[in-house]
Design a protein around this ligand. Structure first.
Ligand SMILES: Cc1ncc(COP(=O)(O)O)c(C=O)c1O
Length: 418
C-alpha cells in the first residue's frame, strides 16, 4: 500500500469513533477524493451510518438511515432550538433555509426560485394535484405503476370535479423506452391537460424516459409532473435537462436525510399557474417563486438544517459517484439473481430502463414465506409486494451496502429458491 493510501485509511479509521463530527468526516472525504473508489473507500462511507451490523439493509426505496453527520447536525440544532426558542435565536433559520434552497437548486441545475421545501413526495405531488386549474372533462394521464400520491390523489380530485383519469398499463419488465413513451402518447387526446408519471417506479424499478415525456408534453402544451421519490439521492438528476414542469421528492429515501423533509420543484413559467394548497401566516410577505408552496405554519426548523447536511453529504461523495456505485451494486445483484433458475427477475438489466430498485419473484416459494425467511435467517431488511404484476421481493441497496452483502444476499436467495 502506498503512503497516501495508508494515510487515507489511517484517517478513515479515525473517524469511525463516535460522535463523528461533520468536519472530521468532511476532511476525510476530501482526502479520499483523490483515491479510486475502491471497496475500502465505500466501507469508509458505510461506517458513517449507524446501521446495526447484523442487518443487510436494502430498503432505500422505503426509508434510508441518516448518516452520522446528518444526525449530528440535526441534534445540534434541535438542542439549540429548545435551549433558546426566542425569535432572536430562531432568526438564523431564514438564511439557513435559503442556503439549503440554493444547494438543492444547484444539485438539480435549476433556479433557487423554483424550489420549495415540503414534508415529502406525497405532499409535493398533492400540491400539484390540488393546485392546477382544471375543469370537468379535462383528462389526466397517469400510469398503473404510479404511487398512490400521484395516482389515487388524481382520482379523488377527478371524482369531485368530473375530470377523467386515464391510466396507462405497464409491461413488466419494460419493453423499451420507446414503448414506455408510446404508451403515454397513445393515451393523449385533445382534452389531456396533465401527464403525471414516476421517474423510477417503486413497484418494479422501471426508469421512465422522463426527458422524452416532458418534451412530448411541452410540444402539446400539457403540464408534466414527475414523481421523483425514487431518484433524488440516487441518480444525478438534472431537472433543467429533463424539462418537466414539476418534480416532487422526499429526503428520507435515497437522500439519506431526515424524516418528513421533502422538495418540490416547479418550473418558473408554471409557478403562477399553480395555486398554493395551504395558506397561513407568512403569505402576505410577498413570497417570491416557489416559496408560496411552503407556507405551512410553524415548521420543524432544525430539520431544514438536517436536510442541508444530507445534501452536503451527497455532494461530498459526489452525485455521479453515488449513482455509479448504486448502479454497480444493483447490476451485480441483478446478474446474480438472473443466473438462478428459481428466480424470475422483473426489473430490466439495461441501465437506461432501471436504477437502484430491483424486484424479483421466487418461482417455487410463496413471496411471504421467502420474505419472512430472509429476515429471520439472514436479517435481510427488504420489501415485498404480495400480489399482482409487481409481486415479489424488492431490494434497493445504497452506498452503505457492500458488494460482499450483495453476494451474501444472492447466496441466501439461492439457498431458498434452488
Ligand atoms: C414512487 C413513490 N412516490 C411517492 C412515494 C411517497 O413518498 P413519501 O411517503 O415520502 O411521501 C413513494 C414512497 O415509497 C414512492 O415510492
Amino acid at each position: 500500500m502506498n503512503r497516501s493510501r495508508r494515510d487515507f485509511f489511517r484517517q478513515a479509521s479515525a473517524i469511525t469513533a463516535l460522535p463523528v463530527t461533520w468536519s472530521a468526516f468532511s476532511a476525510s472525504m476530501q482526502a479520499a477524493a483523490a483515491q479510486t473508489r475502491s471497496e475500502d473507500y465505500w466501507l469508509m462511507v458505510k461506517r458513517q451510518f449507524p446501521l446495526d451490523p447484523s442487518l443487510i439493509y436494502m430498503n432505500a426505496a422505503n426509508v434510508c438511515p441518516a448518516s452520522r453527520p446528518v444526525m449530528d447536525r440535526h441534534l445540534e440544532f434541535l438542542q439549540d432550538f429548545h435551549r433558546n426558542p426566542s425569535f432572536q435565536n430562531r432568526d438564523k433559520y431564514v438564511p439557513l433555509r435559503e442556503t439549503l434552497r440554493d444547494k438543492i437548486a444547484a444539485m438539480f441545475r435549476v433556479s433557487a426560485e423554483e424550489i420549495a421545501i415540503t414534508r415529502n413526495t406525497s405532499e409535493g405531488s398533492n400540491l400539484i394535484v390540488r393546485g392546477i386549474d382544471l375543469k370537468a372533462g379535462d383528462e389526466i394521464v397517469i400510469t398503473d405503476h404510479n404511487h398512490p400520491s400521484n395516482n389515487d390523489s388524481w382520482k379523488v380530485r377527478a371524482k369531485r370535479e368530473g375530470l377523467v383519469v386515464k391510466s396507462v398499463p405497464v409491461s413488466v419488465p419494460a419493453k423499451s423506452a420507446d414503448d414506455l413513451l408510446a404508451g403515454i402518447e397513445r393515451a393523449i387526446t385533445p382534452r389531456t391537460r396533465v401527464i403525471a408519471v414516476t421517474h423510477l417506479t417503486s413497484t418494479t424499478g422501471i426508469l421512465y424516459p422522463a426527458r422524452q415525456i416532458a418534451e412530448l408534453a411541452r410540444k402539446r402544451g400539457i403540464y408534466m409532473h414527475l414523481d421523483g421519490a425514487q431518484t433524488f439521492g440516487l441518480l444525478d438528476v438534472n431537472l433543467k435537462e429533463i424539462g418537466c414542469d414539476s418534480y416532487s421528492t422526499s429526503a428520507h429515501k435515497w437522500g439519506m436525510g431526515p424524516l418528513e423533509a421533502g422538495i418540490l420543484y416547479v418550473r418558473e413559467e408554471r409557478i403562477p399557474q399553480v395555486w398554493p394548497a395551504v395558506v397561513t401566516a407568512g403569505w402576505a410577505d410577498n413570497l417570491k417563486g416557489a416559496r408560496k408552496f411552503e407556507v405551512f405554519g410553524q415548521r420543524d426548523d432544525p430539520r431544514v438544517v438536517a436536510l442541508e447536511a444530507a445534501v452536503d453529504f451527497l455532494n461530498l461523495v459526489g452525485m455521479p459517484d453515488v449513482e455509479k456505485r448504486v448502479r454497480d451494486l444493483t447490476t451485480h445483484a441483478k446478474k446474480g439473481l438472473k443466473n438462478l433458475s428459481g428466480v424470475e427477475l422483473k426489473t430490466n438489466l439495461e441501465a437506461g430502463l432501471s436504477g437502484g430498485v430491483i424486484k424479483f419473484k421466487l418461482k417455487n416459494v410463496p413471496t411471504k414465506r421467502a420474505y419472512d425467511t430472509l429476515w429471520e435467517k439472514h436479517r435481510m431488511a427488504i420489501a415485498k409486494t404480495d400480489s399482482g404484476d409487481s409481486e415479489g421481493l424488492r431490494w434497493s441497496p445504497h452506498v452503505y451496502n457492500s458488494m460482499e452483502e450483495i453476494d451474501r444476499a444472492v447466496a441466501a436467495v439461492k439457498g431458498l429458491a434452488g
